[in-house]
Design a protein. Structure first.
Length: 277
């Protein structure tokens, strides 16, 4: 996997964290078809990379992402007719979907502007941390469309009904602090401390059993749409399926607590290194 100077996606791996960034700062990291195609390639290459345990998605410059590129994603693809429109939609949705079901835990590190189509990858990440200074908005109404590409769904999933309606119908922005209060992101911290906080959370995740993490994040997404009975059943099957990938992990988890008394599961994770990871 290599990166060119003109790449619209930047990435580097440091301490088992893959830092992936929208890299069109001069265009406020809005998502063009080129960016969408490139992002899918990059995240696919990183997904099963041995040196990656957590993926962080952030933006270069003052924006996280100013949403879809009004020129290249909307105007230019519309000029190519329905075929062009559907193709560019599929390219965008493809990498958001890949992130929603990504093998590794994912964190959105929202450093600045986050608009419209940006809510797709925001929701696709398992966790989200924002700068207090960041601004979030469903700006679609301001230029005359509905919040598509999943943005309405994301608002309805993450916000209360009244907040989702107000946010979508007015197109007003909210800052990172309000986004955290509303549940759009987990937390907001001053921009100067954002990377340190995200690193801390990523390092916490790196200490957990990776098979259990993947099963857990899928479970939280899946059970949202299930009845209690279906969820109970799904979780039994999902744990049994996880055991076939990693039958030793939970045994270590039990033994390090019950026999060795070397940790308390209520207060932290068992020592993965003693399991030979
Ligand atoms: N699509 C296409 N181009 C965009 C863009 C978008 N979504 N967002 C920013 N740009 C371009 C601007 O056209 C400008 O290009 P130029 O330098 O060739 O003139 C460049 O990025 C910088 O944008 P600018 O508006 O000057 O930056 P700013 O820092 O003053 O404002 C925003 C930042 C994000 C508030 C503003 O760019 C904006 O409102 N963008 C659109 C947000 C939006 O509605 N997105 C659509 C969601 S579906």
């Amino acid at each position: 996997m290599s990166q060119t100077a003109a790449d619209v996606v930047s990435f580097r791996i440091e301490g088992r964290i893959a830092w992936v960034a929208f890299n069109r700062p001069e265009k406020r990291n809005c998502m063009s078809p080129t960016l969408n195609r490139r992002m899918l390639e990059v995240i696919e290459d990183l997904e099963f990379h041995d040196e990656v345990g957590v993926l962080v998605l952030t933006g270069e410059g003052s924006a996280w992402s100013a949403g879809m590129d009004l020129k290249e994603y909307f105007r230019e693809t519309e000029a190519r007719g329905l075929e062009g429109v559907r193709k560019s939609q599929r390219e965008a949705y493809a990498w958001w979907k890949r992130l929603r079901w990504y093998q590794k835990p994912t964190i959105a590190m929202v450093n600045g502007w986050c608009f419209g189509g940006g809510y797709g990858p925001l929701f696709a990440c398992d966790l989200a941390f924002a700068a207090e200074e960041a601004q979030f908005g469903l700006s679609e109404i301001n230029w005359g469309i509905l919040p598509g590409g999943g943005a309405s769904k994301v608002a309805a999933e993450l916000l209360s009904f009244r907040r989702a309606m107000y946010h979508a119908m007015t197109g007003e922005t909210v800052d990172g602090r309000t986004a955290a209060e509303w549940g759009l992101v987990n937390e907001a911290v001053p921009l100067s401390g954002l990377k340190a906080r995200v690193t801390e959370v990523a390092e916490l995740l790196l200490k957990k059993n990776p098979v259990a993490l993947k099963a857990t994040k899928d479970a939280i997404r899946r059970v949202r749409e299930m009845t209690y009975e279906n969820a109970e059943d799904y979780l039994i099957r999902a744990q049994e399926a996880a055991n076939s990938f990693d039958n030793e992990g939970r045994k270590h988890g039990i033994s390090q607590f019950i026999d060795d008394k070397s940790y308390k599961p209520g207060l932290g994770a068992y020592d993965l290194s003693r399991q030979g990871r």
